[in-house]
Ligand binder design. Structure first.
Ligand SMILES: *[C@@H]1O[C@H](CO)[C@@H](O)[C@H](O)[C@H]1NC(C)=O
Ligand SMILES: *[C@@H]1O[C@H](CO)[C@@H](O)[C@H](O)[C@H]1NC(C)=O
Ligand SMILES: *[C@@H]1O[C@H](CO)[C@@H](O)[C@H](O)[C@H]1NC(C)=O
Ligand SMILES: *[C@@H]1O[C@H](CO)[C@@H](O)[C@H](O)[C@H]1NC(C)=O
Length: 870
């Protein structure tokens, strides 16, 4: 059997556009008719000639001869088959077209794939040394668009299972201009630049063009576009999740790029996986030097450009010259870095930026004229430049901290700048700072080394700034003191009082002592139910009451140290036990705002949130008063070798459900839509009946959530629970809480901490859990204490829900309403969780794990925060 699917010359007739419907009809009928003859492979003695094509098994791709528009030259290519707009993704004989209609593609006697012209001359060959080719070989067009050549014996399984593993040649390793999902691009620092993709010559000429796209493997790697005169664009360094120099590549963390581990030959590979395999996607380098990512739009039946690079003027490689900064928002767009001036001012002022900038003052150690030994006043310092695409050509150094990185830069006179960031560790620049762009959001921080005298001019400006700040601060303080006075005058020695009119700002009219005793005598302070208590009155505690209750904040009464300050146990006069959280003073929030926040948060009442009893303000001190939880926090049980036995599976499941409901309430049902930001086992408290209560909710609000505040305040998270998009980019959403919830759930079932978990194969709990679960050995994960008391199906289902919550893409993670639903139902089908890839990020220095250090503080870049209440 010849095995070629005869198809009436469909592709590349240009007319095909718009006749998709007819085409589909034709396809359906012809495939029924030709069913037995449609083929996806050829072997020796078989040919693909004029009007014959191979079609991959599920019909995604087609291979055959085509002619570009306005051309009689014939090329062997692979194209997307189902699209009405033809899209060639690979060309075999791009530089040696066949001129007449008699050419064929076949497998030659020596086992190579060849294109023959009408005179039986080989115009193109897969070019494998015949000594390493099996005598009988077959070429198979896979459903991924990959054409693989393998021993005929392997061909059946390859096409059946989509597995080209045994191939000795594949088109994915010899791409033309298109990068398809599933292709691997080699990254090897020793082998150098990998210019894997080369553009067409022009829109309708597939021969080798002027532009290349590929990888600069200098770690951390970058994607680069090369033109005739060198680099035209680069993506910025790979940080394990995103390319840091692509401005809009932030946030939802679903790009699907992955860098593999180093293999025995020193190679790593970039792969791209579409988040939804039924979406058709491709990247390609166009004949005009632009890279574009295309996605097939099913509804409009056309390719849409998802992104294009270089997108803006500042994306053009080193647009402003060395030591200059390109800012799309500025006019002119180019400026010298601080401490630098144009190298050739005339040209610069004329808008010719090519010469770039040079230091105004030479670094001391490079200044041969004045060797000033021990002149401490002229030490070099660093100027911080936030939100930039880091310069090209960095040396990557392993370093554990920004301080260490800075020291390494200072000790080597050739060092011009350094940068330290998660996922890329420490970068040093010893040559000119090239291709720096300032972003309006995102970007990394560059520390530029300058002579102290240059930093001095800067500090004159900042002195002025400080003076203004101090004056403004003094004024604000004065107002605050005045407010406090009024507030105190109103207290008149009562322990408890509350506001009557909840709409008024808190600064006046507090005292309504008539209700004082009523407040005290309520059984548990406040009612709690699934519904928030409408218009609850918020008690304000007198400082002396708190002092008395906590025995003057004595050490014995200290329950622990939370993320936002110490917590004390106390006993009120009436006997009620309370927990007092004394907030650290990091919050710069004003008194009025603080109180307003507390008033709002106090109205969040739910049986799975810790009951909020009131607050207290004394001078700078701010305190929150909660109901006391006799059983402390969940970590005292599940991570304790003795206590863990007290929580059987039934109880643990109730705890999981309770936490989920509490979180759902915060996310959806409460008026405020609170994002917790620091959900972890130690923030889950247990009441007498071991009901779980989420604590520390609303802290993000109290500690300020807008960006200006975030640069002065510090929002604390805990590494083992941090979603990758928060750890890497400081981005936070309800889905980050879902991630933390997933970790928490897995920890409760497995009885081990995510942080610090190691096995020989896996450096963290999620990866371990995913693999065990995937191998069908989920049962081995279950904490031995509960294995006997549990229903295996129920636990496995929970593990699967946990794994769904810790997926990399925020889009893939279920939201809390779905989580609650899934937990409550035994019949709803669960999706298959994807392997989280971020858990072991291969950084510049081998394996870099996100979860190695304990608590980190992120002081900037918190761009998404709790949604404002209505
Ligand atoms: C093919 O491989 C053999 C054995 O590995 C080698 O001796 C020969 O030189 C190779 N031929 C070419 C053209 O590379
Ligand atoms: C994947 O894409 C297809 C078509 O666009 C859509 O019907 C399907 O729901 C998507 N699947 C997921 C899991 O998003
Ligand atoms: C820009 O300036 C450089 C030197 O700084 C010069 O060689 C080049 O000719 C100038 N280009 C134009 C277009 O003036
Ligand atoms: C200083 O840095 C340069 C460039 O990175 C390097 O070649 C040189 O060895 C370094 N010198 C010292 C003393 O570390």
């Amino acid at each position: 059997m010849l095995g070629a699917f005869v198809n009436g010359g469909m592709p590349f007739s240009g007319k095909a556009r718009g006749s998709f419907f007819l085409f589909s009809l034709f396809f359906v009928s012809s495939s029924l008719f030709w069913c037995s003859r449609a083929a996806n492979s050829i072997s020796q003695g078989q040919f693909v000639g004029k009007d014959e094509t191979l079609i991959s098994s599920s019909g995604n791709f087609e291979l055959g001869f085509f002619s570009p528009q306005n051309s009689s030259r014939r090329y062997v290519g692979i194209w997307y088959r189902k699209m009405s707009v033809n899209t060639v993704v690979w060309v075999a004989n791009r530089d040696s077209p066949v001129s007449d209609e008699s050419g064929v593609l076949t497998v030659s006697g020596d086992g190579n794939l060849v294109v023959l012209d009408g005179n039986n001359r080989t115009v193109w060959s897969s070019g494998i040394n015949s000594s390493s080719v099996p005598t009988s070989s077959t070429a198979v067009l896979m459903d991924t668009g990959n054409l693989v050549l393998l021993a005929s014996a392997d061909a059946g399984s390859a096409s059946a299972y989509g597995n080209g593993g045994n191939s000795y040649w594949q088109s994915f390793e010899h791409p033309t201009d298109t990068y398809l999902p599933g292709m691997r691009v080699r990254v090897n620092p020793v082998a150098g630049e990998n210019r894997a993709f080369r553009s067409w010559k022009s829109l309708d000429d597939p021969s080798s063009g002027d532009f290349f796209m590929g990888i600069d493997p200098q770690l951390p790697p970058q994607i680069v576009i090369w033109g005739q005169s060198g680099r035209e664009w680069r993506s910025g360094h790979w940080n394990g999740v995103i390319f840091t120099g692509v401005q809009n590549m932030t946030g939802n963390f679903q790009y699907g790029f992955k860098l593999s581990d180093i293999d025995a030959d020193g190679n790593m590979y970039f792969t791209y996986t579409s988040s939804n395999s039924s979406n058709h996607l491709m990247f390609r380098i166009l004949w005009n030097g632009k890279e574009e990512q295309l996605g097939w739009d099913e509804t409009s039946n056309e390719w849409t450009v998802l992104q294009e690079q270089p997108a803006k003027e500042c994306d053009l490689y080193n647009k402003c010259g060395n030591f200059a900064i390109c800012n799309e928002m500025d006019s002119p767009k180019c400026s010298c870095m601080e401490g630098f001036s144009p190298k050739s001012p005339d040209q610069w002022n004329r808008g010719n930026w090519s010469a770039g900038c040079a230091r105004k003052t030479q670094l001391q150690c490079r200044d041969n004229s004045s060797i000033s030994v021990g002149d401490g006043s002229r030490m070099d310092g660093f100027l911080k430049l936030d939100g930039v695409k880091l310069p090209d050509f960095a040396d990557s150094i392993s370093s554990s901290s920004a301080e260490e990185c800075e020291a390494k830069c200072l000790e080597n006179c050739t060092c011009d700048a350094y940068a330290f960031a998660i996922g890329i560790e420490c970068l040093l620049w010893s040559e000119d700072l090239i291709d720096v762009q300032l972003f309006d959001e995102g970007g990394l921080t560059l520390q530029i080394r300058l002579d102290n005298s240059e930093l001095g001019t800067k500090s004159k400006i900042s002195n002025l700034f400080i003076i203004i700040t101090v004056l403004v601060g003094a004024f604000v303080l004065g107002v605050a003191v005045w407010l406090l006075r009024r507030f105190k005058d109103n207290l008149k020695g009562f322990s408890f009082f509350h506001r009557k009119n909840k709409e008024l700002p808190l600064s006046h009219d507090f005292v309504e002592n008539g209700e004082l005793s009523a407040e005290l005598s309520r059984p548990n302070g406040l009612a709690r139910d699934d519904k928030p208590v409408g218009g609850a009155d918020i008690p304000v505690f007198n400082f002396s009451t708190i002092e008395a209750a906590t025995n003057f904040f004595s050490e014995e009464n200290k329950l622990g140290l939370g993320g936002f300050g110490p917590v004390y146990k106390g006993k009120l006069f009436g006997g009620q036990e309370i927990a007092v959280k004394r907030l650290s003073r990091k919050s710069s929030q004003g008194l009025v705002e603080f109180k307003n926040e507390v008033m709002l948060i106090a109205k969040l009442q739910h049986r799975n949130l810790v009951g909020f009893l009131g607050f207290c303000v004394q001078g700078e001190d701010k305190m929150l008063v909660y109901e006391y939880m006799p059983n402390k926090s969940l970590d005292c049980f599940i991570f304790d070798s003795v206590m863990r036995a007290q929580l059987d599976w039934k109880k643990r499941f109730e705890i999981i459900e309770g936490i989920a409901r509490g979180l759902l309430y915060l996310h959806r049902d409460s008026r405020l839509r609170i994002i917790h930001r620091d959900l972890k086992v130690s923030n889950i408290l247990l009441d007498k009946e071991m009901n779980p209560k989420i604590s520390d909710f609303g802290m993000a609000r109290i500690f300020g959530t807008n960006e200006n505040e975030a640069s002065t305040n510090r929002v604390v998270g805990t590494y083992g629970y941090m979603s990758p998009e928060y750890a890497m980019e400081g981005l936070f959403s309800v889905k980050s809480d879902v991630y933390s919830f997933g970790i928490l759930l897995l920890e409760i079932i497995i009885g081990k901490k995510n942080l610090g978990f190691h096995t020989p194969e896996h450096s963290n709990l999620i990866s371990h859990a995913w693999h065990r679960w995937n191998e069908g050995k989920g049962i081995e994960l279950i904490d031995p204490c509960i294995r006997d008391s549990c229903s295996t199906d129920e636990v496995l289902r929970c593990i699967q829900i946990g794994l769904l919550c810790v997926q990399d893409s925020t889009v893939d993670r279920p939201a809390m309403p779905s989580v609650v639903l899934l937990l409550g139902s035994e019949t709803v089908d669960l999706p298959i969780p994807k392997l989280p890839m971020s858990i072991s990020i291969t950084g510049s220095m081998g394996t870099y794990s996100l979860f190695e250090s304990q608590e980190i503080e992120s002081s900037n870049g918190i761009t998404v925060s709790s949604v404002d209440g209505r």
